[in-house]
Design a protein around this ligand. Structure first.
Ligand code: SF4
Length: 184
């Protein structure tokens, strides 16, 4: 449980935080996709799986999130706001405003967006484990460790210290609740 925070809540996140959040996200997907392709020896199936993974990972983050999660978020309706991903700006252009009370639904059900989001992080790690056994190389090991490192960085630094701790959706977000974060 994270202790009660006195961190400032941001209506507009600093540009550096948005770059870190999206940088960690994009690098995770790119290294994950490349790791799958290298791990399965550049075969046609490796390209197919790597491409499918990349399409899924980027689509769930940069298309589905602004379409189905962001419209229910407080940042969608806050004037001149900029959330940690910056996706509230895109969401306002492509989706109609939703309901704040629907926001916690992001974590409800097997195919909820939270599960898709986590799948996009975990799938390449799971996919590279058999590849490491079958086609070991130090390059693949380095990519695997990089993706694991990016996941740990997200969980232990980006979420609790850069993103969620300053978030105005903290009090209704199931992810913040899972981390024990609540503003007073
Ligand atoms: S609390 Fe964290 S996970 Fe929830 S909306 Fe804010 S930044 Fe995103």
């Amino acid at each position: 449980m994270v202790s009660q925070q006195k961190a400032m809540l941001y209506t507009r996140y600093p540009f550096s935080s948005i770059v870190i959040y999206n940088g960690v996200t994009v690098l995770h997907y790119l290294f994950g996709g490349i790791g799958i392709i290298i791990g399965y020896n550049f075969s046609w199936i490796a390209y197919l799986l790597g491409s499918l993974y990349l399409a899924f990972a980027f689509a769930q983050m940069y298309v589905l999130m602004p379409l189905i999660v962001c419209p229910n978020c407080v940042y969608y309706r806050l004037k001149n706001s900029l959330c940690i991903s910056g996706l509230n700006v895109i969401s306002k252009r492509i989706a109609r405003e939703g309901e704040i009370k629907e926001f916690p639904k992001r974590s409800e059900g097997l195919f909820c967006h939270n599960n898709l989001y986590m799948a996009a992080k975990v799938v390449p790690i799971l996919a590279m484990i058999p590849a490491l056994i079958l086609n070991f190389s130090f390059l693949l090991l380095a990519i695997f460790l990089t993706v694991v490192g990016l996941l740990l960085l997200r969980i232990f630094v980006v979420f609790p210290k850069i993103a969620c701790v300053h978030c105005r959706a903290m009090n209704i977000c199931p992810n913040a609740e899972a981390m024990g974060l609540r503003s007073k």
